[in-house]
Ligand binder design. Sequence first.
Ligand SMILES: Nc1ncnc2c1ncn2[C@@H]1O[C@H](COP(=O)(O)OP(=O)(O)OP(=O)(O)O)[C@@H](O)[C@H]1O
Length: 312
Amino acid sequence: MIEINTVTKRYGANTVVDAVTMTIAPQTITVIVGTSGSGKTTLLRMINRLVEPSEGTIRIDGEDILAIPGYQLRRRIGYAIQGHGLFPHRTVAQNIATVPELLGWDRARIDAKVAELLTLFQLDPAAFGNRFPHELSGGQQQRVGVARALAAEPNVLLMDEPFGALDPIIRAKAQDDLLAIQKHFGTTIILVTHDMDEAFHLADKVAVMDKGRLLQYDAPAELVLRPATPFVETLIGAADRPLRLLSIAKAAEVVEPGAAEGEPLSATDSLRDALSALMWSGRETLPVAGEDGTILGHVSLQALLQRAARPQ
Ligand SMILES: Nc1ncnc2c1ncn2[C@@H]1O[C@H](COP(=O)(O)OP(=O)(O)OP(=O)(O)O)[C@@H](O)[C@H]1O
């Protein structure tokens, strides 16, 4: 658990993070959104002491981070940034091994970890381990950046616009990889993004910042249904509210018994994808298949319209 308690950061007379209080549950993904300059990066960097707070406390699992030397803290907390920040003269394997080496892991454990992470990120260790960063595509470099942040098995991973430079297709894939990896390791992730679609796709909870203040810290559906301020409403985009609600629910949640014609949806597809498939196929219903391909029932346009409507 991460407890941020009335944390403030000032640069001279300028308060860039203003008395932010939030508690982040273990093994969840918190996404920080807000306008440019609202203090998102500063808040994130105070958690690993790359920036020191002017006031307030931050505790990780009950321990005040000021009691831990910054360099030690940063070995315990993964940090991934846009543009990956890989060391250009170290190979992919050496990059990923950086923190485990600092922590004094033995060679066999380091090699096993590097191979595990490369495989997890769908990079063949034999083909990629000895390459240098400039010999990879941007998307591959970004995956290595996240793999490096995870190498020492941190409980906490901070990510600052990690997918900002990726094209939309690779970006969607990177987001799904991150969700799978978070499940696999049970990591607590705090991620900064400008992209509201990304926030809704990834977040257990969203923190909305404006001018250094935390305006709302809630589950994505709460932001849509009960925005704390007009700013939150604008940021989410009033016209997108029904689609945002559909994007955070899965087909499995509205499946009804009975057969339907057409190409089956997957139970894990979002309701937004389900709506798109229904509209494109011109059908009122489509079948839904489980992971093993068994048909579980169908999803109807009617059910989706009900889910997308403002609750009465
Ligand atoms: N070292 C510093 N010295 C002085 N001012 C700073 C420093 N670092 C950040 N700031 C200021 O603090 C404010 C918040 O910056 P921060 O990078 O946290 O915002 P952000 O929400 O992450 O912005 P963006 O979305 O543009 O990355 C900005 O006005 C910035 O100019």
